[in-house]
Design a protein around this ligand. Structure first.
Ligand code: NAD
Length: 315
């Protein structure tokens, strides 16, 4: 249905998402051009080399999106999203006019207010253009494997959803319409709040049992077969060498950086305040991730490094 798709932000998540998108477009012999852009030069050039007939590396966001039908963005934080969309000279919105009928999909994890602000600025300039918040879950590995979940800020009845689903399925395997503008982000922040707290609880429970003398593998099997069963324990166990493929077994490299978890916990705590929800554990969790992000032996590593930050025994 599209001739030109733009993708802005080619980092840990964006780049493998483009690889999957391009691979599937090539496989289906779709006559689509993918225009990609990142403020860093490397990733766009690499993608163009990998898919010379499909990917074009643009030298600005404006150039990437100006005649695109659909635009994806995958940027780290709120300020990057504001700059990419609303910069008066170079921003995506500066390329729109009253007749533009594009679809803009922001996959970044940011606060709901910023997303709603960008959506309303788009609507002012280009009422026929749709803007969706559509954050993802599943991590870098999920982005590489094409198994991420998309939490879309729209109703299940949204008329764009059927054809967007086909495109999103090139990059992920679950598309959940969360009910309306910014609710994809509200869902994502609720999800990361929960997984961040579960990571801390798993770290503490593993350390407690191990200090009492239980072998870490036995302890992980106990949790896996009991009421404590959870994915942080089963697949991403924070104790090194319990799950061979987990970041903890590779020096906490790869995975989801502790700084990103700190950001998401902060966003979740702010959201809880705004909607009047109690958030006792969230505040503790934010404190832990903030301190771990500043600790020399934890910063820059996978968020499961909180186990180390909390003084857990490393075997
Ligand atoms: P990243 O820092 O690896 O990549 C972001 C990219 O955006 C970088 O390459 C950067 O150069 C580029 N960029 C910044 N400003 C730009 C601009 N104005 N125009 C064009 N490019 C720009 O971050 P990431 O890990 O890919 O995460 C992106 C988003 O996805 C974040 O909001 C994060 O919270 C969320 N997320 C990450 C993961 C994960 O496991 N890494 C999982 C789910 C969701």
């Amino acid at each position: 249905d599209y001739n030109i798709i733009a993708f802005i932000g080619l980092g840990a998540m964006g780049k493998p998402m483009v690889v999957n998108l391009a691979t599937n477009l090539v496989r289906r012999c779709a006559d689509v051009v993918l225009r990609v852009y990142d403020i860093a030069d490397g990733p766009g050039q690499e993608l163009q080399k990998l898919f010379p007939d499909t990917v074009q590396n643009a030298d600005s966001a404006r150039a990437a999106v100006s005649d695109a039908d659909i635009v994806f963005s995958m940027l780290p934080e709120k300020d990057h999203v504001i700059s990419a969309y609303l910069d008066p000279r170079t921003g995506i919105v500066s390329t729109l006019g009253p007749d533009s009928a594009k679809i803009l999909i922001d996959c970044s994890t940011i606060d709901t207010a910023t997303s709603l602000h960008v959506k309303s600025e788009v609507a002012k300039v280009a009422p026929r253009t749709s803007f969706y918040d559509c954050p993802v879950s599943g991590g870098v590995l999920g982005a590489v494997k094409g198994t991420i979940a998309f939490f879309m800020g729209c109703l299940p009845s949204d008329s764009n959803l059927p054809h967007l689903t086909k495109l999103l399925e090139f990059m992920g395997n679950k598309i959940i319409p969360c009910g309306g503008p910014s609710l994809g982000l509200a869902a994502k922040l609720s999800n990361n709040y929960l997984s961040g707290i579960i990571t801390i609880a798993t770290s503490e429970a593993m350390d407690m049992g191990m200090r009492a003398g239980i072998d870490p593998m036995s302890l992980a099997s106990v949790f896996a077969s009991g009421t404590a069963q959870n994915r942080q324990c089963d697949m991403f166990n924070p104790v090194p060498n319990v799950c061979p493929q987990a970041p903890s077994s590779k020096g906490y490299r790869g995975g989801f950086r502790v700084e990103l978890m700190k950001k998401d916990m902060g966003l979740a705590v702010d959201m809880a305040r705004q909607v009047g929800a109690k958030n006792v554990l969230g505040l503790c969790g934010l404190g832990v991730y903030t301190a771990a992000s500043a600790a020399e032996d934890c910063k820059g590593l996978d968020s499961r490094v909180v186990y180390r930050y909390l003084g857990g025994k490393e075997n």
